[in-house]
Design a binder for this molecule. Structure first.
Ligand code: MN
Length: 459
């Protein structure tokens, strides 16, 4: 199957395979949309016509499962990380177009974001309405190269958004603009296909345009169009574009907001985006990501797995696969599958993983007979192949995630567990039991049909 390139094509695919739930019209923007989306998390995407009476529908939960993301990319789940690694290493430049559905409707004056768009409020203690699935596109003011990131966006006023900008690429461009005495031109892009969302989260260096990674994943250059009020180029097939500027001088209170670790991000003075223009398709769809749900976690987790696998394989070619588990919010807990070559190597691999991303807090290393995508399998390996006095590595007072509430302002400990078999063990000692033929049996060939209430007559 060819890769999916627009939100509408993906909704068609989900609908055709019974993975899109359509709500009754008028679901409430405050909490109700998020409540329904969370109840369907992992099973179905959800579409909300006339949310809160607003004419623009809301969609959520586009990628509740890593298999869905692989399907959108046109690969098997086993091919997901390899395909992403290849695209990140071989980006495809965008192509400019003048035929842009994303600019069919133009709002230049009297902008009132909550009247124009159905912006929901998700969690109990969120400060209010948030745009949570907006790609923030910015432009290096020195060389014109673009960056893509997702920042949480609080509605501060009719044409003002509060924005949390962490010290990464958007911040680098903002500092360049400040040094030139300018605001930073940005565009917020809402309503794109799941591959473009995933590409936006690539662990790429500064001045690597994530839209070009999306193009490589699509197998075709991303068609882009220049914004009407600034020089940012935006995807021509997106549903909604908010054009604006990150103001260099302004700071306003932002937060709290329900974040990926399933805790609230704190309230503080943050940057502000002044909105200059909103353009949309003629009948646009608004996308929202509910914090901490599988859609949110997968978008962060899959690109991190891909970059971690590349990083580890450079030093340890016998690393077979890596997995960031749901319980570890797809950021903190890593499982690594290896073909063990020598004793002690698992501990070297742990240290490599800790160095690979500061978010990593726990690493479990297992053999090739353990399915790292199944948390019960990993726990089984720890239960039967790990002894804490011999196989545990703890590194204290190292850099970790600031959103981990158990860490001390981002300072925390790393834990590594070597759950691999000893190479010198007798052959039977760690051999998994197995029933011959179990995997090959076709149950429809060997089982009676119908219910079993007549079991007495059948014996
Ligand atoms: Mn970037």
């Amino acid at each position: 199957m060819a890769p999916i390139t627009t939100l509408r094509d993906w909704l068609d695919r989900l609908a055709a395979t019974d993975r899109l739930a359509v709500a009754r019209p008028g679901a409430g923007l405050v909490h109700e949309i998020a409540a329904i989306a969370n109840r369907l998390d992992g099973r179905k995407a959800s579409l909300f016509p006339q949310p809160g009476g607003h004419p623009i529908p809301v969609v959520s939960g586009l990628t509740s499962d890593r298999g869905w993301m692989a399907e959108a990319m046109g690969v098997t789940p086993a091919g997901l990380l390899g395909r992403f690694q290849h695209a990140a290493a071989n980006p495809l430049p965008c192509v400019e177009t003048s035929d842009a559905p994303s600019q069919q409707v133009v709002h230049r004056s009297g902008i009132d974001l909550t009247k124009l768009l159905p912006i929901p409020t998700h969690n109990e203690l969120d400060s209010g309405a948030y745009i949570s699935a907006g790609l923030c596109l910015s432009r290096n003011p020195q060389n014109g190269i673009q960056n893509v990131a997702i920042h949480r966006l609080q509605v501060n006023g009719p044409d003002r958004l509060g924005v949390l900008i962490l010290p990464r690429h958007t911040m680098s461009y903002l500092h360049m603009a400040e040094e030139m005495g300018q605001d930073l031109e940005v565009a917020i892009v809402i309503g794109v296909d799941p591959i473009t969302l995933l590409a936006s989260q690539a662990i790429a260096p500064l001045d690597a345009d994530e839209l070009e990674i999306a193009g490589a994943l699509h197998g075709a250059p991303m068609p882009v169009v220049k914004c009407l009020t600034n020089s940012v180029r935006v995807p021509a097939h997106a549903e909604i574009i908010i054009e604006g500027r990150v103001l260099r001088a302004a700071r306003e209170e932002e937060g709290p907001f329900g974040e990926f670790p399933q805790y609230y991000g704190e309230r503080a003075k943050r940057h502000v985006i002044q909105v200059d223009c909103v353009t949309t398709r003629s009948n646009p769809i608004f996308h929202t990501i509910v914090g901490g749900g599988l859609e949110h976690l997968l978008l962060g987790g899959i690109p991190r797995e891909a970059s971690m696998l590349s990083h580890l394989k450079r030093s340890f070619p016998n690393v077979l696969d890596v997995h960031l588990g749901r319980g570890g919010v797809m950021r903190y807990h890593l499982a690594v599958q290896i073909k063990k070559r020598s004793e002690g190597e698992a501990k070297n691999i742990m240290m490599g993983a800790f160095a690979g991303h500061y978010d990593i807090k726990q690493v479990v290393v297992v053999d090739e007979d353990v399915d790292i995508h199944d948390p019960a399998e990993v726990e089984w390996a720890i239960a039967t192949r790990f002894q804490a006095d011999r196989d545990l590595l703890v590194v204290g007072h190292s850099q970790g995630s600031r959103l981990d509430p158990s860490a001390d302002d981002g300072l925390g400990a790393k834990m590594g567990l070597d759950a691999t078999k000893p190479l010198t063990a007798p052959p039977l000692k760690f051999k998994r039991i197995a029933v011959p033929g179990q995997a090959e049996i076709r149950l429809q060939d060997v089982l009676e049909t119908g219910d079993a209430t007549s079991w007495r007559e059948r014996i």
